[in-house]
Design a binder for this molecule. Structure first.
Ligand code: ZN
Length: 295
C-alpha cells in the first residue's frame, strides 16, 4: 500500500468575550485538540494568556471572533483594535497586533457574531448556501451577513440588532436599550427584555407566555427586513432566546408582513435555527476563517 504523507493542519480559535475568552486548537476537520477558558481581565493579562496557550499549542492560522466594537477594516489604523468601549482598559487594545507579533501566524479578525455567521456558512445551517444572514438573540442582538465567503460591510461592522422595530400592538414594554428604548430590536427582543417584562429569565418561562409571541413577531421583522434588503438564501437564528417552538410563529408573521409581495420560496428552508454545536458558537467559525487563510 502506498504510504501517504499526512501533515496535520492545526487551526486556532479565540472567542474573545466580555467576560471570558475561549481558546481552542483544532485539526483540519475542526476536531478540538486542546481548549482553555480564561477570564477577561486586562488586555495585557488576557492576551498574555492567549500567547502562552498558543505557544504551548502552536497553530498555523488563527481566527478571532471578538466582542466589540472593534476595527475590522483591513489597512485602517484601528484595524484589529478594540474601539470605544466602557470595558475598563480595553479601549484601544491592539488584539491583532499583539498576537501577530508574538505568534507570527496569519490572523482572521472579526466580530463574535460575524464569526458565528461564518461557522453557519461553512459547516452549519448555511453550508450549502452562497449567501446567509445570521442573527444571535441572547443577552443582546447582533447580525452578520455573508456573500460568497465575504462579510458584507466595509466601513465598520453591521449593527443589525439596533435597527428599527415596529412594536407589537399589545406590547407596551418600554424597551431596555439605553439608546433606542422601544424602537430597536435589541431593546425589545433580547433576553434582558424578557426578564424586564416578566421578572423571570426566559429559560424558566413557558413557551406559551405572550412574551414569546412578541419575540417571534420581532424575529419575523428582522427576517423580513433582511430578506427585502439582501434576499439571502438562508436566515439563521442562534442564541439562547429563540427555540424550535417559535419558528412556526416567526414564519407566520413573516408571511403576514409580506402579504405576498415577494416570493421567498419555502420559509421552512429560509428561516432556520443554528446548525452548529453550542447554538451558534463562534469557535467553529473561527476555525473556518483560519482554514480559509491557509487555502
Ligand atoms: Zn438599540
Amino acid at each position: 500500500m502506498e504510504a501517504k504523507v499526512m501533515t496535520m493542519t492545526r487551526l486556532g480559535s479565540i472567542e474573545a468575550g466580555g467576560t471570558k475568552f475561549v481558546l481552542a486548537v483544532a485539526d483540519e476537520n475542526f476536531k478540538i485538540l486542546a481548549s482553555e477558558r480564561i477570564p477577561t481581565t486586562t488586555p495585557a493579562e488576557s492576551l498574555g494568556a492567549c500567547i502562552d496557550f498558543f505557544n504551548a499549542n502552536p497553530v498555523e492560522a488563527l481566527g478571532i471572533g471578538s466582542f466589540g466594537p472593534i476595527g475590522i477594516r483591513q489597512g485602517a489604523e484601528d484595524y484589529g483594535h478594540v474601539l470605544k468601549t466602557p470595558k475598563p482598559g480595553w479601549e484601544g487594545a491592539d488584539i491583532v497586533g499583539t498576537l501577530t507579533e508574538a505568534l507570527h501566524v496569519p490572523i482572521a479578525f472579526t466580530t463574535d457574531v460575524n464569526a458565528s455567521a461564518y461557522g453557519e456558512y461553512s459547516v452549519g445551517a448555511g453550508k450549502d448556501a452562497h449567501s446567509l444572514v445570521y442573527f444571535t438573540i441572547g443577552t443582546g442582538i447582533g447580525g452578520g451577513a455573508i456573500q460568497d465567503g465575504h462579510f458584507i460591510g466595509g466601513r465598520a461592522h453591521a449593527e443589525m440588532g439596533h435597527t428599527v422595530v415596529l412594536p407589537h400592538p399589545d406590547d407596551h414594554f418600554e424597551g431596555v436599550c439605553p439608546f433606542h428604548g422601544n424602537r430597536c430590536f435589541e431593546g425589545m427582543a433580547a433576553g434582558p427584555s424578557i426578564e424586564a417584562r416578566t421578572g423571570q429569565p426566559g429559560e424558566t418561562l413557558s413557551r406559551d407566555e405572550p412574551v414569546f409571541d412578541y419575540i417571534s413577531y420581532y424575529a419575523a421583522q428582522l427576517a423580513y427586513n433582511t430578506y427585502l434588503n439582501l434576499a439571502p438564501e438562508k436566515i439563521v437564528f442562534g442564541g439562547s432566546v429563540l427555540s424550535e417552538a417559535e419558528l412556526p410563529k416567526v414564519r407566520h408573521y413573516f408571511e403576514q408582513l409580506n402579504q405576498g409581495y415577494v416570493d421567498p420560496g419555502d420559509l421552512n428552508d429560509l428561516i432556520v435555527l443554528s446548525g452548529v454545536p453550542n447554538n451558534g458558537s463562534a469557535t467553529v467559525g473561527d476555525f473556518a476563517m483560519a482554514a480559509a487563510l491557509l487555502a
